[in-house]
Every structure is written in C-alpha cells, then in structure tokens.
Design a protein around this ligand. Structure first.
Ligand code: NDP
Ligand code: 8X3
Length: 251
C-alpha cells in the first residue's frame, strides 16, 4: 500500500480517525478532512512521523468549499487512489411528526449530498487513471429502519443506493466501489445525535460490548488490501450482541 494516497472524510473522530491511524501505520499517504481544525492539526502532529499527511478543513455540505478544497491539493497529493466516504452523523432521534427540520436538513445534506460532492470532486481523475477504490460508510440503518430513526435511516438507505449506483456506473473503468455497513460503534456519534447530552449518549453503549472504531478500521483495511480482481461490494458488521437494527442483547 506504499505510494497509495487515501482521502478520508470525517477523520477528526471515531471511525475516520481510527482508519487514519491504521492507514498511517501502514505507510499510506493521507489526506485527512473534517471541520475541526484543531483536531486536524493534532492528527498532522501525531501521524507525520509515520507517513506523509495533508489536511483539508471543509464542511461537506458546502459544495463550493468541497470542490475548492479538493482542487487545491498540491501536486504530490493530487492523485487520490483511495476515497473513504465516512463523514456523517445522526442529528436527533424523534418520531416523524416531532422531528426537527434543521436536523433533517443536516442529515440529508451531510450524509447524502456531502458524500456526493466529495465523490464528484474525485471520481473524474480516477476514471482518467482507470484505477481507484471508493469505500462508502453506510450503516445497518441503511439496511433496516428503526423507530425514530426515520430520516437518519433514509440518509443511510440513500448511501446504500448511491453505493450500488456508483458501482454500476463505474463498472469497467477500473474503479472498485464498496460499502461497509457498521452496526453500533462507540464513537462521538451518539453525543452528536443527542446534541452533547453525554449521559444519554453513553446509555446507547451500556450493558453490552459495542464495536470499537478500530474494528471498522480493520475491516476497511481488509477491503482495500484485497487482490486487484477482488472487490468487497457490501459488508455489514455488528457486535456479538446486536442481531438487527432494533435487537440488541443488553444485560
Ligand atoms: P463521529 O461523530 O465520531 O465522527 C463523525 C465524523 O464526521 C467527524 O470526523 C466529523 O468531523 C465528520 N463530519 C460530520 N459532519 C461533517 C460536515 N458537515 N462536514 C465535514 N465533516 C463532517 O461518528 P462515527 O465515527 O461513528 O461516524 C462516521 C460514519 O460512520 C458516519 O457516516 C456514520 O453515519 C457512520 N456509522 C456510525 C455508526 C456508529 O454506531 N457510530 C454505525 C454505522 C455507521 P468534524 O465534526 O470535525 O467536521
Ligand atoms: C449508526 C448505527 O443504530 O445508531 O448508523 O443508527 S445506529
């Protein structure tokens, strides 16, 4: 994987950060993205002895910012071999009648449109080179809707559809496209969903052993290190105690 460059969105936390660490340990050159500049700076400081790192601070919702940031990459980072479309979150957890429309906008704009903008900024060069690997981070919520999950689940079902659509449209162009769909992973995800309410967020992961972000990073690494003819198209992963979006064995 040396001489490969990966762009990871949502690298400032959780699954994206764990993936950045693992890639760096394996010498993959990194373009790390997120909105929190202080965290990007810290990642640069922590990882620069392991690999070359470039950071891009932008909001995936902002179409202009996305194209400007990715278009501004220096020559040494402009050839992106691997794209990890990971940035995303849930905002709120309410019944459909009580949902906050700003939360709905955030989830659809970040998880769906943001993923599309970043992909659009990168795919044309992959097509030119006839090579590349795109991993879309979906969710079990993209396979099965759960109560009060309505719009978050819709956004992840959209990622599932976009993943399939990308693979169809890029077939024959030398580009691998696949989704990794995690179940419950203990990250800042629930803290964001519940707007900073740490107590409520911690409860989501109590009474069983959830996945760790490093578990997902391992699987992403597995996917990108398969032989050239092998593409992991769609992979769902849950912790031992999770059986479906709604069934978790808690003690
Ligand atoms: P975290 O909250 O820990 O990380 C989310 C990341 O997304 C952060 O780095 C954040 O960076 C970035 N992000 C959020 N909004 C934006 C934005 N508008 N523009 C740019 N970057 C943004 O959550 P996870 O690591 O758990 O989530 C990562 C992905 O995994 C998401 O797509 C999520 O839906 C998915 N997932 C998570 C599961 C879980 O149980 N945790 C299970 C299944 C899927 P910053 O705030 O700096 O911009
Ligand atoms: C994140 C998993 O079940 O909290 O996609 O929606 S869940």
């Amino acid at each position: 994987m040396k001489n490969q460059t990966a762009l990871i969105t949502g690298a400032t936390s959780g699954i994206g950060m764990a993936t950045a660490m693992l890639f760096a340990q394996n010498g993959v050159r990194l373009i790390l993205c997120g909105r929190r500049e202080n965290r990007l700076k810290k990642l640069l400081e922590d990882l620069f002895t392991l690999t070359e790192v470039y950071t891009l601070c932008f909001d995936v919702r902002n179409k202009e910012e996305v194209f400007k940031a990715i278009g501004s990459l220096p020559n040494s980072f402009s050839e992106i071999n691997i794209l990890i479309n990971n940035a995303g979150n849930a905002h709120g957890m309410d019944t459909i009648d009580e949902g906050n429309t700003d939360d709905w906008d955030a989830m659809l704009d970040i998880n769906v449109k943001g993923l599309l903008y970043v992909s659009k900024a990168i795919i044309p060069k992959m097509i030119e080179k006839k090579s590349g690997h795109i991993i879309n981070i979906g969710s079990t919520a993209g396979k099965e809707v759960y109560p009060k999950g309505n719009v978050y689940c819709a956004s992840k079902h959209a990622v599932d559809a976009i993943n399939q659509g990308m693979r169809l449209d890029l077939n024959g162009k030398g580009i691998k496209v696949g989704a990794i769909n995690p179940g419950l992973v203990e990250t800042e995800f629930s803290k964001v969903r519940f707007k900073g309410d740490s107590e409520r967020a911690e409860k989501v992961y109590k009474g069983y052993k959830p996945l760790k972000p490093e578990d997902i990073a391992d699987i992403i690494w597995f996917a990108i290190t398969r032989p050239p003819h092998v593409n992991i198209a769609d992979l769902t992963v849950m912790c031992l105690d999770q059986a479906s979006s709604t069934i978790v064995n808690k003690s």
